[in-house]
Ligand binder design. Sequence first.
Ligand code: CP
Ligand code: NVA
Length: 313
Amino acid sequence: MTAPTALKHYLQFADFSADEYAYLLDRAALIKRKFKAYEKHHTLHDRTLAMIFEKASTRTRVSFEAGMYQLGGSVVYLTSGDSQLGRNEPIEDTARVISRMTDIVMIRTFEQARIERFAEYSRVPVINGLTNEYHPCQILADLFTYREHRGDIRGKTVAWVGDGNNMANTWAQAATLLGFNLHVSAPQGYEVNEQLAAIKGHRHGAPAWKNFANPRAACEGADLVTTDVWTSMGYEAENKVRKEAFASWCVDTDMMQAAKPDALFMHCLPAHRGEEVAADVIDGPQSVVWDEAENRMHVQKALLEYLLLGRLS
Ligand code: CP
Ligand code: NVA
């Protein structure tokens, strides 16, 4: 058994350094190669991952669950509906109990403050599987996918078209930390929140993103165009108002033509064709959304290993 490393959580993108991301992407590439070759890779033999979902999921659940089994471990799946969380057991008590019986925890929940409280009372590493504010595991997969298709993202331009949501905040943190440009175009009132997107104390200081009123202008010269649903989970009551506000923020072929000819298109999924993205873009030749979804599993396997065992190669 490998000696335990110091307790480390992954609650937002800013929790790791550029050097740690370089390691994780390399490690994910090795793990993916072994997976494709049907080679056994049981680095987390006998370890248990608890997964707590307070919002719906397809990709996050399957990628963490399948990934953990592939690493030789096992998983416990909980939702608020079928656990005492749904009957108001305090998150602090839940954290103390679950972290005595499992080795690592992944949570998908509402406010970032809730996962931070859980982490404060947890004896084991905690991973953010999406909060209202951030979705770091998804951006990790997106960066890995970009690297597979186009190489290093440093100095490149990513265009974000749509809601200044958890994905947008996380892209902004990644741009600051990893040195690429982020063009953001969101309707008025839905812009990226500067405080959430900033990385406190980061030496670059100024935000690494630029706002554009016009979504097509944001796509000009971009190496990657990306978007997300107009209404994120937890905001369903605003759906009608949002549909009107976001009507011009649909990534279509015209926007893709403003980007570089070899620009990629990404979407974390689930997608709504005809809303935030046109069907011929998401189903077209520049789209890498299926690689992006698959890569969630490979990068998260690297993340699980890293949080439990530290650097292995
Ligand atoms: N992209 C993503 O997190 O998908 P799920 O909501 O299906 O987990
Ligand atoms: N922004 C979306 C992402 C879903 C994976 C949401 O929070 O619902």
